[in-house]
Design a binder for this molecule. Structure first.
Ligand code: ZN
Length: 166
C-alpha cells in the first residue's frame, strides 16, 4: 500500500481516531476491527512485512516507550473496546495494564461507584455481540464524528432509535 509507505505510523494511527472534546472523553478507533470486536492497526515491521496490533496497545507502547509482553493485558476502565485513550497519567488513562481477573473486577467495582451504572458490561458479552456493537459504534463515528449518544447506546447495548420501555 502506497499510503503506508508515505505516511508515518503515528499519522496513520491518528487518522483513524476520533477524540472527544473533554480531557476525560473516550478516543474512538474508527479503523479496522477484528473478529474479537477490538481494533486492528497494521504496523510495518523491519523485515518489510506488517503486523496487526490492537491500536490501544500500539499507542501505549508509543507513548510510554514500554513494550508490552504478550501476557500483559490492557484493560478498559470505560467499557468501550474501541477506545484507545491511553495517558501516561493512570488517573486519566482509560486503559490500565493488568494480568489477572482481580484487577479488572476491582476496576468494575470502582466504575460502578463512580458512574452509578454497570460499567465493563461488554467484557461479559459474547464475542459476536461485541463485534456487532463495535461495528455500530465505528459506523456512527464515521458518519457523525464525535457522538456521545452512540457511546451511551454502546454501553447499554441498546440502539439509539430503540424506544425506551420503562
Ligand atoms: Zn474510553
Amino acid at each position: 500500500m502506497n499510503s503506508a509507505a508515505t505516511s508515518t505510523a503515528p499519522e496513520r494511527f491518528w487518522s483513524h481516531v476520533v477524540q472527544g472534546p473533554a480531557p476525560t472523553d473516550c478516543w474512538i478507533w474508527t479503523g479496522a476491527i477484528g473478529d474479537d470486536g477490538y481494533g486492528r492497526f497494521w504496523v510495518p515491521q523491519p523485515d518489510g512485512g506488517q503486523r496487526a496490533m490492537r491500536p490501544q496497545r500500539w499507542l501505549y507502547e508509543h507513548l510510554t516507550g514500554v513494550a508490552l509482553l504478550p501476557d500483559v493485558l490492557l484493560l478498559h476502565a470505560c467499557d468501550v473496546p474501541l477506545c484507545v485513550h491511553v495517558d501516561v497519567d493512570e488517573a486519566r488513562s482509560h486503559l490500565a495494564t493488568g494480568s489477572h481477573r482481580g484487577n479488572m473486577l476491582e476496576r468494575v467495582q470502582r466504575g460502578r461507584h463512580r458512574n452509578g451504572s454497570t460499567a465493563i458490561r461488554t467484557a461479559g458479552l459474547a464475542r459476536a455481540e461485541r463485534v456487532r456493537l463495535s461495528r455500530e459504534l465505528r459506523e456512527a463515528f464515521r458518519d457523525h464524528g464525535w457522538d456521545p449518544a452512540a457511546i451511551a447506546a454502546h454501553k447499554t447495548g441498546i440502539q439509539p432509535d430503540t424506544p425506551t420501555l420503562w
